[in-house]
Write a protein that binds this ligand. Structure first.
Ligand code: FAD
Length: 479
């Protein structure tokens, strides 16, 4: 009988379609699932408060499932390599398996850990559990990474994105003597002052919650997704992003669920939904090949962009006090629920980086702390898109008019009224511009939309002709 296998869990908090766990069971011997809390290893991007809330509950749910299957979760805190080595000594493990992650700091860490454990004589294997296409699976005709989504996605589709998900193990052979474990409370992931009521009311972290959300989406919204996905006043998108981020469901399982429900990927709704999963893979592709992008623009021209600094404006944006109802309602949705509709992420991103002309990294950092789906790949891509400086980004000179966005995508003001009760009784024709309608009590906009748009265009003119030929890049071996 082979010695035990440690399965190091990170962003793959599920039992079904879990390649590392599956391979450990196939190998034979005891299977010991391990979670190591090591936020320092994420350098400047340690998980924020909303992510930690989710992680606590996701681990709780995973632990229940693992317990039932026969091998409870071992929770430790400390440097990952040292902790894995300690566990190897304590358990006599002969192998360590994990599913890959793609954040630059974690890629480097995992490369070092793989080399270190192999040098110790252990069998080490890593797997893809998170993506349809891993960052190194496709390349341009010239042999480099993609920076534009459409050819990237075409290459993915040509390669083939569907793969059978793995079944959940019916039983996990646990070790004779389970190693000591911290409790989840020891990790202190939950907020000390409880601000999470809105999160609790909105989400059910864990594999079961993910499956329930997927089923609901396939039953109710997928057919009309192509049209309703832009409407924050409707429940038109899947809400799967935090579940996908924490690996409570895999994109392979999502594709399989579409097939099982006889939903043709040729139809407009499902086709555009699967394309969004493609954007998620694209975000990982870009982050992996351009690891400097969480802090620096992909388009180097923007290194000299004349961003403004204003703590007061940033605070007004963060707290939903800009005087622009659709922006304020969106920022309050984020604060209350830990999530924001994609259309509104674009609107508030444009408002911050163009009307307020504040650096997109300020926006990325606020989202990082407040989103339950905060994801370094998708958040970086989204913010560089909003700031006009990233891969396949909105050109900087295309500036959303938030008032018009509100009128177009929240035409009856239902969304605004939900998150800004102070405007509940405002007539619909004034709901997106209460200043203009003379609504008493609502603050005036902190910037003039027209003048700030013009100022942004002039700032862009100043950097427009800077050379763009030098883009930093680096490719890494897989971990
Ligand atoms: P659906 O419309 O149901 O889409 C299905 C899945 O596809 C999503 O769950 C998500 O995993 C993926 N997806 C959809 N749109 C995108 C996209 N534009 N880029 C990458 N993946 C996408 N998404 C995150 O998961 N984490 C983030 O931190 C994040 N930050 C963002 C910041 C900005 C400024 C912008 C503009 C977008 C950001 N997004 C981020 C992308 C997108 O807004 C969310 O993925 C989406 O709103 C999640 O809702 P949903 O699950 O209902 O999406």
């Amino acid at each position: 009988m082979p010695g035990p296998t440690l399965v190091w869990l990170r962003q793959d908090l599920r039992l079904a379609d879990q390649p590392a766990l599956h391979a450990a069971v196939e190998r034979g011997g005891a299977v010991i699932p391990v979670f190591i809390h090591a936020p320092d290893e994420d350098l400047q991007w340690a998980p924020g408060a909303a992510s930690n809330w989710w992680l606590h509950h996701s681990l709780q749910s995973l632990n229940e499932a693992l317990n039932k299957a026969g091998s409870p979760l071992v929770v430790r805190a400390g440097p990952s390599l040292d902790t894995l080595r300690e566990l190897v000594v304590e358990t006599g493990a002969e192998a360590v398996y994990w599913n890959r992650v793609y954040e630059p700091a974690r890629v480097l860490r995992d490369q070092g850990i793989k080399a270190g454990l192999r040098a110790d004589g252990l069998e080490v294997r890593s797997f893809n559990a998170a993506l349809l296409i891993e960052p190194w699976d496709v390349e341009t005709g010239q042999g480099g990474p993609y920076r534009v989504f459409t050819p990237f996605w075409r290459a993915c589709l040509q390669r083939g994105i569907e793969q059978d998900p793995l079944p959940a193990p019916s039983r996990l052979p646990g070790p004779e003597k389970p190693p000591a474990s911290l409790t989840l409370d020891d990790l202190a992931l939950l907020p000390r002052i409880d601000w999470a009521a809105g999160l609790r009311a909105t989400w059910a972290p864990g594999e079961r919650g993910a499956q329930a959300r997927l089923e609901r989406f396939l039953g109710q919204s997928i057919t009309g997704y192509a049209d309703s996905r832009d409407r924050p006043d409707q429940d038109g998108t899947s809400g799967l992003s935090p579940h996908l981020h924490f690996g409570e469901v895999s994109p392979r399982q999502v594709l399989r669920a579409l097939r099982d429900a006889n939903i043709s990927l040729e139809h407009k709704g499902p086709e555009s939904f699967v394309r969004e999963l493609g954007w998620r893979d694209f975000a990982h592709h870009v982050l992996y090949h351009f690891p400097h992008t969480p802090e620096q623009p992909l388009n180097p021209r923007f290194e000299d962009f004349p961003w403004r600094e204003s703590e007061a404006d940033l605070a007004a944006w963060q707290q939903g006090r800009t005087g622009i109802p659709i922006v304020d309602a969106a920022m309050r949705q984020l604060w209350e629920t830990g999530w924001m509709h994609n259309r509104l992420r674009m609107v508030v991103g444009s408002f911050l980086t163009k009307n307020l002309r504040l650096h997109w990294v300020h926006g990325a950092r606020w989202f990082w702390d407040t989103l339950v789906d905060a994801d370094l790949a998708s958040n970086t891509l989204g913010w560089q898109w909003a700031g006009g400086c990233g891969a396949d980004a909105a050109p900087y000179f295309r500036i959303f008019n938030p008032q018009r966005q509100g009128e177009q995508y929240d035409p009856d003001g239902r969304f605004v009224r939900r998150f800004l009760p102070v405007l509940k009784k405002t007539e619909t024709r004034y709901i997106h511009a209460p200043g203009a309608g003379g609504t008493l009590g609502y603050p005036a906009p902190i910037v003039d939309l027209k003048a700030s748009r013009q100022a942004a265009l002039e700032a862009f003119e100043a950097i427009k002709n800077t050379s763009t030929s030098q883009t930093k890049s680096s490719s890494k071996a897989q971990t």
